[in-house]
Design a protein around this ligand. Structure first.
Ligand code: SF4
Ligand code: SF4
Length: 371
């Protein structure tokens, strides 16, 4: 087994600064509400692997994804070694390890790289809109004339397909790293698919994370953000058939798509604002440290949602120029938000966590002989 003696140092750029403080007492594992006596012994085991430089062991472990970062372990660690943040840092490291393009590693390496990537995608999108936009009608609002849906929709689907291919490739690498020694029949993967859906949609483990410890629970806020962008994603697909969004004749205010869009916008804006204020105040253990990628995700998501909401308001007011310009900026924010965050950074948690629970269930049932 190969050992990387510099791994503790390497992990600093992902936010793990106190790993060497840990003297392996095991208090964190004993107090963690998500560990089990038999199989899951995080965070202590992962911290030990880091200290020993056992990189392959870490890559083959699903445990980092089973932690939902309630911070109970960090607030009770006798050495203030911040095990919760170490688990977060190792998840950041794993995102780069799963990524077959290597781009994620480049992004996480420095905040300058991140800002450059976001700005390049932002201005590139604005440039494309400048070249391809339709006629600008100023007497009244004609969004579809300005942004023809026969261009916007196919471009969106091609972009989505590229992101899906990259993300699925990363998930496949996660599977190879973590499940290559597991002898599980295919039927078990099919049977356990329900756990993938349940944990993706409900994030139910987060609900018990930190419960009764005096730490403010994050579950409600996570669900608000998660349902917000799930609803937004569905509504963008629905627009292809109903033309409720990119249109020259906006539907009435009570149109279901508009009501859902309002929910989605308010939920994401509220959830991201609460998360950002928490990171500024640092009054919860899980907000003590913020990596630059955490901020980039929250800021891009907030700005994208806010500009999307503004577009709807300007359309209702029939202000053509503000509608077109804000829509252009909104699209120019959507591209770096999705292009960087979904396959390469923070948003990929949304896929890796439920897949980790899914793989873990398959592994456990295979070991129990329950095909
Ligand atoms: S992180 Fe803290 S609580 Fe956990 S094993 Fe190390 S010293 Fe003990
Ligand atoms: S942050 Fe919470 S869930 Fe994660 S290891 Fe610590 S106690 Fe467990």
């Amino acid at each position: 087994m190969r050992v990387n003696p510099d791994f503790v140092e390497d992990l600093r750029e992902f936010g793990a600064n106190k790993v060497t403080e840990c003297f392996n007492c095991g208090n964190c594992t004993a107090i963690c509400p998500l560990t089990t006596l038999n199989e899951e012994r995080f965070p202590r085991r992962i911290i030990r692997f880091i200290q020993l430089g056992l990189v392959e062991k870490i890559k083959s472990s699903l445990e980092p994804w089973l932690c939902y970062y309630c911070g109970e372990c960090s607030s009770t660690c006798p050495r203030q070694a911040d095990p919760g943040e170490t688990m977060m840092a190792i998840r950041r490291y794993l995102i780069t390890a799963y990524d077959w393009t290597g781009f994620s590693r480049w992004l996480y390496r420095s905040k300058v790289n991140e800002i450059i990537a976001a700005l390049v995608l932002f201005f590139l999108t604005l440039g494309i809109i400048y070249v391809l936009h339709g006629p600008i009608v100023t007497t009244h609002t004609e969004l579809e004339t300005f942004a023809p849906s026969h261009i916007v929709h196919p471009a969106g689907y091609i972009f989505g397909l590229i992101l899906a291919i990259i993300l699925l490739g990363n998930i496949y690498r996660m599977y190879r790293f973590t499940m290559r020694d597991v002898k599980a029949p295919f039927s078990l993967y099919i049977k356990e698919l329900k756990s993938l859906a349940v944990h993706f949609l409900t994030q139910i483990r987060l609900r018990v994370c930190g419960q009764g410890s005096g730490i403010k629970p994050q579950w409600r806020n996570h669900i608000l953000i998660m349902t917000g962008y799930t609803v937004a994603f569905i509504l963008v697909q629905v627009d292809l058939f109903t033309k409720w969004s990119i249109t020259n004749t906006p539907p009435p205010a009570w149109h279901p798509a508009k009501l859902f869009w309002t929910y989605s916008s308010v939920a994401i804006l509220y959830g991201t604002t609460v998360a950002m204020v928490g990171r500024i105040k640092k009054n919860q253990p899980y907000h003590q440290y913020s990596h630059s990628t955490d901020w980039m995700f929250l800021i891009l998501l907030w700005l994208t949602t806010f500009t999307g909401l503004l577009v709807r308001i300007f359309m209702e007011l029939d202000w053509p120029i503000p509608t077109y310009y804000t829509f252009a900026v909104h699209l120019a924010l959507v591209v770096p938000l999705l292009g960087l965050e979904v396959p390469f950074a923070k948003w990929s948690h949304l896929a890796y966590r439920p897949f980790a629970i899914y793989f873990e269930n398959v592994r456990r049932r295979a070991m129990e002989g329950k095909a």
